[in-house]
Ligand binder design. Structure first.
Ligand code: FAD
Length: 521
């Protein structure tokens, strides 16, 4: 959570503090007395001072090494470029509750983060200038239940940490595909996994959330206790509270097949045909997962196609029928092997590491898979993206990727209406497109955003012309100007707003926490 610092800080801390009188299990009297004292002394940084007093050793200031160490864990240079007045690094749920209780009163311009290699690229998604940022890096427990049916995961984990624990027990959960990505953002925004064909989104497999609400109280949300909050958290992102624990379903998982297959660009038409066939619910093999990335690198004249393939039925041999047509195409290289989950998460994580600390940009859209139209549509998409890449290469050191991910109806409907992603209103098989751009020089930021926005509009127009446009926007891949919450559909938005009014009547996570995608309240 990030809160703006200003001279108003003290006043606002006090103003709202009174609302918390009966809610937070902390030393309220002590906080009040300290804030009054700071107010009297006209302390400019009252909230950070109060946080430091009540959470000794857990608050970092810009001159501390721990502050810098926390800041560099942001994935994108845009997020790293913001400078909170202080960073709170809680080590328990109680610490989070104490911090929120102190910060609750803050002004309408705060931000929020629980960052652990925070992967949302745009500035302010999970960090803030001149405010308070909560970094959950130390809330990194991974506790498997004695019957090995569930795992309690702290929000400050990265997937690599979770998977190394689970691999040792031959179990797995539905989670992210790269080791270094953070747990909390991915799960509260949905979460596409190697296992989504079998079990749906990561959020569909959470059985309980422990959440610190805006008034500092801690609640547990399950299907029977706080069920509306439970549902809202399945896609509702950071709009309701700070999740301090996720209890996820585990399943048995032995080593399985997977790896990266690189192909020459001359395969692209054959690949487009393959993807249109692969993404059909009637024939979709739930054990298979595919991400295909086309990469344009300024320094390399040839576009490469990179497929990450996984087949999570541990007793199958390569290639299973789902991947045979792809595997039969000419290859540049293949790392397909049988290995454990961590091995694949580390492999793709290693490839993506190049973008860390650079300026990063995401934008996404989805289109309906109509095999009669899809291959030709994708050829035209390729041409438009290639044009954009040539324009963007004005920026030195730039890389642009286009990733295709199948979202057949059988996959995205697994969660039924238990999540708020709004996909229940569709019946088509979908293909998700994610564009990422990476570049070193911040002077090129606006040029990149403008060109990518032009590209996005052109692609939407093309999809509409072909009758295959779909309005859904995946929150975890959305750009700063996209509105994934609205794209969940009117009834889900109304539901989310009503849950916000019930659990956050002060609107702390709408106003005092401006980062991320808000509900429009
Ligand atoms: C290299 C890379 C690989 C990726 N791979 C995948 C993938 O395989 N599957 C997939 O679905 N997505 C993937 N993504 C997208 C990813 O899901 C999002 O970027 C997601 O936001 C990352 O979560 P985070 O916790 O690291 O992010 P952050 O930027 O820290 O947080 C994202 C949002 O969540 C909020 N938040 C953080 N912690 C909490 C908390 N404890 N309680 C409430 N709200 C919180 C933040 O305020 C922020 O609004 C990937 C992204 C990158 C850059």
């Amino acid at each position: 959570m990030a809160i703006t610092s200003s001279n108003l800080g003290v006043l606002l801390c006090l103003a709202l503090f009174s609302h918390l009188a009966f809610s937070a299990p902390i030393d309220r009297k002590g906080i009040l007395s300290l804030l009054l004292d700071l107010l009297t002394k006209k302390n400019d940084n009252a909230c950070c001072t109060a946080l430091d007093r009540f959470l000794p050793g857990k608050v970092s200031f810009p001159t501390n090494l721990s502050y810098t160490s926390s800041q560099i864990t942001f994935w994108s240079a845009q997020e790293q470029s913001l400078h909170p007045s202080c960073i709170v690094i809680p080590t328990s749920t109680q610490d989070v509750s104490t911090a929120v209780t102190i910060l609750n009163p803050l002004p309408a311009t705060a931000g929020h983060t629980d960052h652990n290699f925070s992967h949302t690229p745009h500035a302010g998604a999970a960090n803030i200038d001149g405010g308070v940022t909560i970094d959950t890096q130390s809330l990194n427990q991974v506790t498997v239940s004695s019957d090995q049916k569930t795992v309690s995961v702290g929000p400050g984990n990265r997937w690599g940490n979770v998977y190394s624990t689970l691999d040792a027990l031959n179990v797995a959960m539905v989670g992210g595909r790269l080791s270094q990505v953070g747990v909390a953002g991915l799960v509260t925004g949905g979460g596409v996994s190697f296992f989504s064909g079998r079990y749906g989104f990561a959020c569909d497999n959470i059985k309980a959330y422990e959440v610190v609400l805006g008034n500092g109280t801690t609640v547990t949300a399950t299907s029977t206790s706080n069920p509306r909050l439970f549902r809202a958290l399945k896609g509702g992102s950071n709009n309701f509270g700070i999740v301090t624990r996720f209890d996820a379903v585990l399943f048995q998982q032995d080593a399985f097949l997977g790896g990266q297959i690189d192909q020459p660009i001359t395969n692209k038409e054959a690949y487009f045909d393959f993807l249109a066939d692969f993404t059909q619910s009637e024939t979709y093999d739930p054990f298979s997962a595919l991400i295909t990335v086309f990469a344009w690198l300024q320094s390399v004249p040839i576009v490469t196609i990179m497929h990450t393939v996984t087949y999570t039925n541990g007793s199958a041999s390569w290639p299973p029928p789902a991947f045979k047509p792809l595997d039969d195409m000419p290859k540049l290289s293949s790392s397909v092997r049988k290995a454990k989950l961590s091995s694949f998460a580390n492999e793709i994580g290693g490839d993506a590491a190049i973008s860390q600390g650079k300026n990063n940009f995401f934008v996404t859209l989805s289109f309906v898979n109509n095999p009669a139209v899809t291959p030709e549509f994708m050829k035209q998409v390729y041409k438009l993206v290639d044009d954009a890449a040539q324009d963007l290469f004005l920026a030195l050191g730039l890389a642009l990727t286009m990733a295709f991910q199948p979202l057949p109806h059988v996959l995205y409907s697994k969660g039924g209406d238990e999540n708020v992603l709004g996909l229940g209103r569709f019946e088509d098989d979908l293909i998700n497109l994610l564009f990422t751009v990476i570049w070193p020089d911040p002077l090129n930021n606006q040029m990149v955003y403008d060109r990518m926005r032009t590209l996005e509009n052109a692609l939407i127009g093309l999809a509409k012309d072909n009758g295959i446009y779909n309005e859904w926007v995946y929150l975890n891949y959305a750009s700063q100007w996209q509105n994934p919450i609205t794209a969940y559909g009117a009834s889900e938005v109304a539901f989310l707003k009503s849950v916000s009014k019930q659990y956050d009547p002060q609107g702390i996570f709408q106003k005092a926490v401006p980062g991320g995608f808000k509900l429009g309240l």
